[in-house]
Design a protein. Structure first.
Lengths: 322, 313
């Protein structure tokens, strides 16, 4: 097991109280697994990603354990995490377009970055060039300023930087959402290539675009309102999801070949609850067509079959009957 | 209803405006009554530029935009105001379309002051309420709120309701779905479909092909300001011919097929279409000639119990 997360709770501190953005997440990511993390905006997926690497204010660590390769990650301690960041666990941030220092040439910036981690730029350079070839960037980019690169090029450059130390876990936060379909495909396939070449051991891909995950992820985890709703292999999530939220979410996605005149898709009525004071019980209850009395209690996130976990009372009931 | 006749947009760039940037080049297509046309392209393809030219937010460099046979660029004063009564736009980011210091319904008040000063208060309120209901919003939930108190889907529908107040005939919808969540975007799409069935024409600008397919009858594919392919949506999607369109189709992430599958299928389709030898594109033979591209070879006997489908041996 590469990554194990147990009952992780991270709240945002505000003047009006804690926003329970991540409320008890328990899951594992296996060696070599690319796990997709999907959900609506505000469901806590980015909070989960960031809390694994940089848990900064106003985020507040409440409880939980994170283990990476059998070693506990001190996610609550900004200082001690420095030993892990970039080397063992790395992130491709959202808006990677703006992630590079605009006043430095990219090569200079890279060397400063490596030196700050006490790694020699000179000895890393051949590997850096090899990685640039891998993402089809010319070596000249090292002598360019970030502004001279297009969006897709910057994204690929940041990918190279983030994985330079062969981290055990790579977190990719919305790396495809600002790109065109063609660059989207290229970047997504490169991520898989990086994993295959062991530039990173396993990866968590955070996105709201489930169809991208279907193309590249081994497993998909769906979050709703700060909690885990369902996790299973990609095929299972797409073709036979169990949680009502996952079902509605998947069925509301328009696909090529679907026209409104022939098959009118329906969205999910209502909107996610505010996490400042989330409802007790199942948080999807108000929007769920299957909700019943039991749902006022909070459903546990349980494995119903091998590698398939769900948090829904209805599913547990069906499973008990079957 | 709306006809684009050979329009171009050239920007002057460089320090002294010495260089030209052709954002849109010789684009012509028309949009009929109650028709939805998708304008599909990557960023920088000029699709938003076309939308802005239709809304007269920017001028055209050459060519004409005809709305009900009237050249839009000649409109001024009252005639222009009339044009805006019929043609309106909704844009990508609903959060920055509203001024955050004012309540969101200020946009309705502006419309009233500008276009309908003669309508009385209660009557106006009824009009606002019915237009909000038309876009599937409950007036009690959304009126008197600040933009940050509404969700993206609500705000986007709010802006469509604002356009509906004007009795519009034509809507430029510029990437209106892309900032919305999966669970709400389909509602906004369905709303557009409903409006279309009531006779509204829509120019649906998008980079997401599946959204374009869902809603539109016709599609226009743009690349670097040029139209590379246009026609009925089904025809373009089922049988893309231009290499660029084919590349786009292969790159769209889908839920029913993986990327490799789409590529193989497209290639197979192409082979089925070409009349000549199926191996033509990859054939390295020195004997390859035009006949190979034209006639499909049949199996011939090369020797006893040895058949080959190539006439050039």
């Amino acid at each position: 097991m590469s990554l194990q997360v147990e009952n992780l709770r991270v709240y945002y501190q505000t003047l009006r109280g804690d926003v329970k953005a991540l409320d008890g997440a328990t899951f594992t990511v296996a060696d070599g697994e690319i796990m997709g993390l999907a959900g609506e905006s505000g469901c806590g997926k980015t909070t989960l990603g960031h809390s694994l690497i940089r848990l900064a204010l106003p985020m507040r660590f409440v409880e939980g354990h994170v283990t990476l390769d059998n070693e506990e990650l001190p996610v609550w301690d900004m200082e001690r995490m420095n030993d892990f960041r970039f080397r063992r666990i790395s992130i491709i941030p959202q808006y990677a377009m703006n992630a590079m220092n605009p006043t430095r040439k990219i090569g200079k910036m890279t060397s400063e970055l490596l030196e700050s981690r006490k790694v020699s730029f000179k000895t890393t350079l051949p590997e850096l060039k090899r990685r640039l070839d891998l993402v089809e960037l010319s070596h000249d980019v090292l002598n360019m300023y970030p502004i001279e690169l297009s969006g897709g090029m910057k994204q690929r450059m940041v990918m190279v930087l983030s994985t330079l130390m062969n981290p055990s876990l790579l977190i990719a936060d919305e790396i495809t959402s600002a790109l065109d379909v063609a660059s989207q495909k290229a970047v997504a396939e490169m991520l898989v290539e990086f994993r295959n070449r062991e530039c990173c051991n396993s990866a968590i891909v955070i996105t709201h675009d489930i169809s991208i995950l279907y193309q590249i992820a081994d497993s998909i985890m769906i979050m709703y309102a700060g909690q885990l709703a369902e996790k299973a292999s990609t095929e299972v999530i797409i073709h036979s999801p169990r949680h009502p939220y996952t079902k509605l979410l998947i069925s509301s996605l328009p696909e090529i070949g679907v026209k409104y005149a022939e098959k009118r898709l329906i969205g999910i009525p209502g909107r996610p609850p505010l996490l400042l004071d989330p409802p007790i019980g199942c948080r999807f209850r108000d929007r769920c067509p299957l909700a019943f009395d039991k749902c006022v209690e909070e459903p546990p996130f349980m494995e119903i079959e091998k590698d398939h976990s769900v948090a829904c009372w209805k599913v547990f009931e069906e499973n008990a009957q079957a | 209803m709306l006809k684009l006749d050979n329009i171009s947009k050239v920007y002057r760039v460089g320090t002294f405006g010495g260089k030209e940037l052709h954002a849109v080049s010789n684009v012509s297509f028309d949009i009929g009554d109650g028709e939805v046309v998708s304008l599909i392209g990557e960023s920088g393809s000029g699709k938003s530029t076309i939308g802005r030219m239709i809304l007269r937010l920017i001028s055209t460099s050459s060519g004409a935009i005809l709305f009900n046979r009237v050249d839009v660029s000649t409109l001024e004063g009252g005639a222009l105001k009339d044009y805006y009564r019929k043609v309106q736009g909704v844009f990508q980011d609903p959060f920055s379309s509203n001024n955050p210091i004012f309540k969101a319904d200020r946009v309705f008040r502006i419309i009233r002051e500008e276009f309908f000063p003669e309508i009385e208060g209660p009557e106006w309120n009824n009009k606002v309420n019915s237009s909000l209901k038309a876009v599937g919003l409950n007036p009690g939930d959304v009126l008197n709120k600040f933009p940050h108190q509404l969700s993206g889907g609500q705000l986007q529908r709010f802006l469509i309701a604002r356009a509906l107040l004007l009795d519009i005939q034509f809507l430029v919808a510029d990437e209106i779905i892309s900032m919305l969540d999966a669970s709400t975007r389909i509602d906004v799409l369905n709303l557009l479909a409903d409006l279309k069935s009531r006779g509204l024409s829509i120019l649906f600008i998008t980079h997401d092909l599946s959204l374009g397919y869902y809603i539109s009858e016709r599609a226009v594919i743009l690349y670097q300001g040029y139209v590379v392919e246009m026609g009925a949506t089904e025809k373009i999607f089922e049988n893309p011919l231009h290499p660029y369109t084919r590349m786009l189709m292969a790159a769209v992430p889908r839920l029913d097929k993986k990327w490799e599958g789409v590529e193989i299928e497209l290639r197979a389709k192409q082979l089925g279409l070409t009349p000549g030898c199926v191996y033509y594109e990859r054939c390295q033979s020195a004997n390859k000639d035009e006949d190979c591209a034209r006639d499909r070879p049949v199996l011939l006997e090369a020797g006893p119990d040895h058949l080959v489908a190539c006439g050039k041996l």
